[in-house]
Design a protein around this ligand. Sequence first.
Ligand code: BQF
Length: 287
Amino acid sequence: MENLGKLIDGKKIAGEIREELKKEVERFKKEGREPGLTVILVGDNPASQTYVKFKEKAAQEIGIRSQIIRMDKEISQEELMGEIARLNQDKQVDGILVQLPLPDHLDEKEVIEAIDPSKDVDGFHPINTGRLFNGQDDAVRFEACTPLGIMELLDREGIEIDGKKAVVVGRSNIVGKPIAHLLLSRHATVTICHSHTPDLAGETLQADILVAAVGRPKLIKGDMVKEGATVIDVGINRVDGHLVGDVDFEAAKKKAGYITPVPGGVGPMTIAMLMKNTLKAREYHGV
Ligand code: BQF
């Protein structure tokens, strides 16, 4: 029997990637302009504040010029749209990220569509998702950071994708749909499961690569994992004051070949890929 339960250390790999990106930032600085990232945070959602701090810390660590614009939770759609229009014109700003979720009275779709697609480092603009879904890699194209982070983990661990069966649990625009497309583009056979899937375990048990991204604590039990499978846990659920994934880690570890922990798995990779996308935007924009 092959080795089971190998931990994929996303925290460590993300650190290695940030080291690599530091060198690229040096090159951009020598060229005459460092990459710039602006994060807009509306309101005071505690989780969002934590995420934004992670993003700023990573940017500072690798030498990206970063700025957080904090806006009151009562701000109007027009004010927010005005800020984005201004940042679209700002030559120092390569990446614009609006931290989600926005307060209910604001129109997320309109906000995302207002961002210059060449500055859309989150990869949420329909120009960028469209290019991903159409398999167009001729133009600049930003891919969502979490799916990109998952692909990077698989590649760096040497996990084969071509010809494998991948099952994605969850169909969000931010994780489920784009990771399914990325896996498909690398020639996996992909199944997307969701709340109306009649026999979830029947599907997940066939997965060589199982991605859980639904936001339900410990939904994926040990007996839903095929022996030797790679299990990628995207869930970040707060239960009794600590973080729990969408996978029952202890049980799944006994079956999986590879498994990501929560915290310290996919999360840190999301941040590292945001930095990578910011450098890509800088490359595209020039000095
Ligand atoms: C870790 C996010 C749901 C909704 C909006 C490191 C992050 C998380 C975990 C992080 C996330 C989740 C982010 C860990 C950004 C990932 O050590 O396990 C980093 O900062 N994330 C976000 O910006 O918005 C979200 C999840």
